[in-house]
Design a protein around this ligand. Sequence first.
Ligand code: ZN
Length: 392
Amino acid sequence: MASLRHDCCEALLADMVSYDTVNGHISGRSDAEAPLTEYLEAVAGAMGLATRRLPLAGDSANLLVTHERAANAPWLLFESHLDTVTVAGMTIEPFAARVEGGRVWGRGACDTKGTGAAMLWALHDYANSGGGDTNVAIAFTVDEEIGKSGVRALTGPQWSQLGWRPVGAVIGEPTLLQPVVAHNGIARWKIHTHGVAAHSGDPSRGRSAITMMLRVIDVLEQRYAPSLHQRHPLTGKAQCSVNVIRGGNQVNVIAAHCEIEVDRRVVPGEDPATVVPAVESLLEELRREHPGLVVEQGQAYLDPPLDPAGGEALADGVGQVLTDLGLPAEPAGVYYGTDASQFSAIGVPAVVLGPGSIEQAHTKDEWLAIDQLHCGVQVYGRLMQTDWRGLR
Ligand SMILES: [Zn+2]
């Protein structure tokens, strides 16, 4: 049974891991994180911290834990997501939360309940200490792994309800406590071709959606992808690939429909909203070259890049704390996306920083090293004590 008071951060983390919070889009449970949210609300309350639920649709809610030092002090926001990826294929008990061999084992231990436990533990220490003039909030958000509805609500409709604007956001993901200041964004969408079904005994009576799609893929691979020259020093080059194809439904029928799924990685400085219109103009050329070719693009899923521009002062402050603790402070870029880009998209500088390695995230035997966790508590604690007034 999860307890409200713990004598160490790893015990808190083990309790958090014992809650099954597999993302609702995977598990089919719409409020997958709710029992853990309720539990953290009680733990934070027992620590003497203020809590507030920020409701989304259904029973789902982000949880805000705060410690306000002074009415005019700057706010620093920490964020950590509560959902996890699937437990399918795991070789350890996903929710047994075993603490053994210097590690906490289980789904979410590394990605990213470890960061959440370390943030809460650090805030408890900070609230009980005398030093520091920073107001601190931790947002525990839902649905990061699939829909990003938690952070989208927080940085969207819930933002004005906070009553303050943070000078920066520290996003908890496993970075081995190295500051990540840049990552690529995503545009992901479907393209459909529509043909005419006919008996395969006389293909001339139909029009194959598969043949049409071959031309579309050719345009994407031979014209569009090679035209992408955008680069960022920390995240590499813009990319585009076609990774799913479906078409036809019977071997003796000319295919009436075919669809592909396209994945485009945008680098910091690019706007993902410009991707589909750019492809549309190439498809327009294709329609002119091949009268009768019917192609249309679906609605895109867009996730902005994390752009380090504008976040230099926050990154410098974080780097100083890491240097003081004898840790590597070189700002890095990564290939994966995080909630950080949603903050940078609304003009709040954001850094991704947390204990544990991305190499253990989403794995069959996920774990977090306890000394990383303790180091995380120390780093987050120093960030809370740092004077951020210069950032306003
Ligand atoms: Zn994560």
